[in-house]
Design a protein around this ligand. Structure first.
Ligand SMILES: O=C(CO)[C@H](O)[C@H](O)COP(=O)(O)O
Ligand SMILES: [Fe+2]
Length: 216
């Protein structure tokens, strides 16, 4: 069964704890935590001090999506604050050496590691790292904002990643993020996705549990 990772970007921060309790009760699998720096993306969300507080009120697996420049500068703070998985963007990296160093650095701390690709970035851009990754995060919207429409280009990338995994015995999970609802979630599942991130679809509803259940 597909895993569901509600994005707390769409939660109400004035009662974040209650919103997290709702998704826990609704059988969410992971909590997706979107970090935006106003530089890599044109929006600012929250940093590691809020993650630390979040980690104290939930046992959900903390999936940290770093939409920031120079992720190598900040990732240790997110790890110290409770991240179980750190996903950084390939577009934020200068070169292969820097990327390999960051992957090793995260793994050495017994934290899972993933790389994300924006809608216009091909899967080939991360081919050299696929054997090392726990997660590949396919963006199905331009990163920066919740509530956007799903871009179909993600479906081909999910299929491509599923076939590269099969052909090479890789172990990564394929995660998709942006514009996920009942319809697009089903399309992604059929393409071979393992984890659905959903922000507005889950939180812009009176009944988060029903939304999570419908995605599953
Ligand atoms: O990374 C993100 C945006 O950059 C969010 O995870 C994503 O947009 C979730 O929101 P929604 O499900 O409303 O599209
Ligand atoms: Fe995200």
């Amino acid at each position: 069964m597909v895993k569901v990772a509600p994005s707390v970007l769409s939660a109400n921060f004035a009662h974040l704890k209650e919103d997290i309790e709702k998704i826990e009760k609704g059988q969410a699998d992971w909590l997706h935590y979107d970090v935006m720096d106003g530089h890599f993306v044109p929006n600012i969300s929250f940093g590691y001090s809020i993650l630390k507080d979040v980690s104290k009120v939930t046992n959900l697996f903390l999936d940290v999506h770093l939409m920031i420049s120079e992720p190598q500068k900040y990732c240790d703070e997110f790890i110290k604050s409770g991240a179980n998985l750190i996903v950084f963007h390939i577009e934020a990296m200068e070169n292969k050496e820097e990327t390999l160093q960051l992957i090793s650095h995260i793994k050495e701390q017994n934290v899972q590691v993933g790389i994300s690709i924006k809608p216009n970035t091909p899967v080939d851009a991360i081919n050299d790292y696929l054997a090392l990754l726990d997660v590949v995060l396919v963006m199905s919207v331009e990163p920066g904002f919740g509530g956007q429409s799903f871009k179909e280009i993600a479906l081909d990338k999910i299929k491509d990643l599923a076939s590269r995994r099969k052909d090479n015995n890789y172990n990564y999970l394929i995660e998709v993020d942006g514009g996920i609802n009942e319809t697009t979630g089903k399309q992604c599942k059929e393409a071979g996705v393992d984890v659905l991130v959903a922000g507005s679809y889950v939180f812009n509803s009176e009944d988060c549990s029903q939304r999570i259940a419908s995605l599953k």
